[in-house]
Design a protein around this ligand. Structure first.
Ligand SMILES: *Cc1c(COP(=O)(O)O)cnc(C)c1O
Length: 467
């Protein structure tokens, strides 16, 4: 493709996405495509000869949009949001165009230096200690893997990277039963193993039981295991559960364990000082991850890992021992030495555009609206006959179910989602099938949230009007 064709088609792509987003509310949130239909619309082998862009673009319009779940839809209340603020989309176009690989400082000084600045800006915006550093990862799962590998190596005095983990002392990781599956996966990948991820029971508020954590660590030491680290959660994926960060981090410090705080979703809300009590004690943690690509608005992928001190993680994942000697003294940072992949996208630009286009005040307003509308929706849904709230609002997430039981709740969510006006997802909570309701899409308005309440009320009581 020559430069003039690129100019034409890139403009066409921007026009297409602008129209797509402006008309999104008219589409069903989730496609009703049958499995295999999209794949069947494509030929079985690649074309031997070039095809005109007109045909390629027309096929995109014909085949793809109807096969999408529209994550930017204003009435998407499922999972957690995966936002795409338009200022960050503009930055992503530029990043695609300059197409640099930000693996080392010298492979694009601007990418590394803006990344460092964005980490500092976000630490300040979230009320974290000013001396913390960090990096932008693709996903929270990667940050958690890096933290678990660091826990392993610290506990083994860095023998694991040299000798492997088979046959040596067995590190143990602790997390609550509310933790995300990415912690299980990090334990598989790191060679620690599922059996050495100790799931600590939770109390009535779904927070890790501190006494049970202490007891588990003591029992493991007595049995010859090596307690290595604790993964703390704030705003868990299922129902938004949060551990008591200060209490758990205090135990970890006393026991000499490394701490990683998973606030993948809830971390964005910490730009609002009134929500910070939810992670009180965060400054005692060693590593903290949150996803600006979830609630803050940076388009996917953009996960920020803060580190109180990067030395342990760089010692675990950096392949240049000489480099360690200059760490902290040199202004040169090679972020690939802080993580698993060598090649890295220039993800900092979308944060720079986003933070400036909205300002912290704009982002706070968006998050506060989402929380306020969630509380309102909660109060209205709680009054719908036949429905009961199963978990109270945690920031912008709560869950509900049919009082008649799991079969009725399952039937309710299937009918709601088939209708296409809103999209909700489910989880299992205390053995029950429950429906999650979370507000977080940038283009969502109060009117969209109220429409969701109407849809739920109608589906729960067909024929009746009004919640
Ligand atoms: C979404 C989520 C994750 C996983 O995030 P990815 O960026 O998709 O890896 C982990 N933990 C929690 C609490 C989450 O909400």
């Amino acid at each position: 493709m020559d430069i003039e064709s690129y100019r034409k088609w890139a403009r066409r792509a921007v026009d297409w996405t602008a129209t797509y987003q402006s008309d999104l509310g008219a589409r069903p949130v989730r496609p009703n495509a049958a499995p295999g239909v999209i794949a069947a619309a494509l030929p079985d082998s690649p074309p031997e000869d070039p095809e005109p862009m007109e045909t390629i673009f027309a096929d995109f319009e014909r085949i793809v949009p109807d096969g999408l779940t529209h994550w930017q839809h204003p009435r998407f209340f499922a999972y957690f949001p995966s936002n795409a603020h338009r200022a960050s989309m503009v930055a992503e176009h530029l990043v695609a165009g300059v197409a640099v690989n930000a693996m080392l400082w010298q492979t694009s000084p601007a990418a590394t230096e803006i990344e460092g600045k964005m980490i500092a800006w976000l630490a300040s915006a979230l009320g974290l200690p000013g001396h913390w550093s960090g990096l932008i990862q693709d996903a929270a799962s990667t940050a958690t893997l890096c933290a678990v590998l660091t826990m392993r190596e610290r506990a083994l005095s860095w023998a694991g990277i040299a000798q492997g983990v088979a046959g040596g002392p067995t590190p143990r990781i602790y997390a609550s039963a509310q933790n995300h599956s990415s912690i299980d996966k990090a334990c598989w990948i790191s060679g620690i193993g599922q059996d050495n991820l100790v799931k600590i029971p939770t109390d009535a508020s779904h927070a890790m039981d501190p006494a049970a954590l202490r007891a588990a660590i003591a029992a493991d030491r007595a049995a010859g295991f090596v307690p290595a680290g604790v993964v703390i959660v704030v705003g868990g994926t299922a129902v938004g559960a949060s551990d008591q960060v200060a209490e758990i981090a205090t135990i970890a410090r006393e026991e000499g364990l490394y701490t990683h705080l998973d606030a993948a979703w809830a971390g964005s809300a910490m730009i609002c000082p009134e929500f910070r009590p939810l992670w009180e004690g965060v400054e005692m943690c060693d590593s903290v991850v949150f996803n600006p690509h979830k609630w803050l608005g940076a388009n996917f992928d953009c996960s920020v890992q803060f580190l109180a001190d990067p030395v342990d993680q760089v010692k675990t994942l950096g392949l240049r021992p000489d480099y360690l000697q200059t760490l902290g003294q040199s202004e040169i940072v090679n972020y690939s030495e802080w993580t698993v992949p060598l090649g890295r996208r220039f993800r900092a630009l979308k944060l720079w555009f986003l933070l400036r286009a909205e300002g912290l005040s704009g982002l706070r307003r968006i998050i506060r609206n989402h929380v306020a509308w969630t509380l309102d929706a909660h109060d209205r849904i709680a009054r719908i006959p036949g429905i009961e709230i199963t978990t109270a609002p945690a920031l912008a997430l709560f869950s509900f179910a049919m009082t008649a039981g799991d079969a009725a709740t399952r039937d309710l969510i299937e009918r709601i989602n088939a209708g296409g006006r809103i999209y909700l997802t489910q989880t299992t909570h205390e053995g029950r099938f429950v429906i999650r309701f979370t507000v977080g899409t940038i283009d969502c308005t109060e009117r969209d949230v109220m429409e969701a309440v109407e849809v739920i009320a109608e589906a729960a009581n067909p024929g009746r009007t009004g919640p």
